[in-house]
Design a protein around this ligand. Sequence first.
Ligand code: HIF
Length: 293
Amino acid sequence: AAPVVHIAAVNKDRSFDDYQRIYNTIAEKIREEDEYDGYIGYGPILVRLGWHSSGTYDKNDNTGGSYGGTMRFKLEQSDGANNGLGNARAFMEPILKEFPWISHGDLYTLGAVCAVQELQGPKVKWRPGRVDMPEDTTPKNGRLPDAANGADYVRNFYARLNMNDREAVALTGAHCLGRTHLKNSGFDGPWGAASNSFTNEFFVNLLNEQWKLQKNKAGNMQYDSPKGYMMLETDYALVQDPAYLKIVKEFANNEGAFFKEFASCFQKLLENGIDYPKDAPTYVFKTLDEQDL
Ligand code: HIF
């Protein structure tokens, strides 16, 4: 079969200001509802919603990905890897009511970009044009990654998303945000101390903490440190593999290099499988701080 083609549909009636308005509405709601998940707030789970909407992509046939907004269907929501994302979708519901013209794919990816930026991460370029597709285009469950795996699995998984080693390591730095929850994934604990601030702490902790592989309360294996931090086996794989380790050391020592690489491969992750016409606009949103809001 011919590969699937997803062409961004640029809505000529909408301008940068319309999307910045949605960005601001999401950012203000993150700031307002700061008590969520033990005062971590909604930023991290919005990053997870945006990436899980995109992470079904398969470069071999161009199926999956964020374009069709199929995360709005039960089939995709019921993938075990998406446990807990109901909270993020519920967060987005009033935003969709207020801006019914935006597609689910555009909204969920814009939410992830907003969260990264509002949590002091790098500016991530964003482009509109995803179109809600019918239910029968929903990818089958099982395309999102399983954390109980080592470096070979990680490399193969990211290759399906068209990501090389440097991109795979940079993306994983997003695990500075948020935490694992026993009731969602069967893992337990945060990756570091500053769970709602986007930094290179993930790489620093990976190199500097005393990690011990042990069974958690749910019977799953994870690395734990005396400070109460955790690493998934797929995270720890980045120090076990020599090619990955070199990049982890670079990002631990150079936050600017991490931010630069993350900004470009996170945009790529959110846009996988979409063809943008030459005249499609690219937006860089202002943070609330930059607007004195
Ligand atoms: Fe995660 N990730 N991720 N992840 N993730 C979890 C939580 C978050 C993987 C597993 C898990 C990426 C890649 C991978 C975030 C962002 C990104 C959880 C815990 C698991 C198990 C969920 C829960 O229990 O609530 C695996 C196996 C990955 C590939 C190897 C991305 C790069 C790091 C692509 C990415 O951006 C964020 C943010 C969270 C925190 C969510 C929260 O509710 O706090």
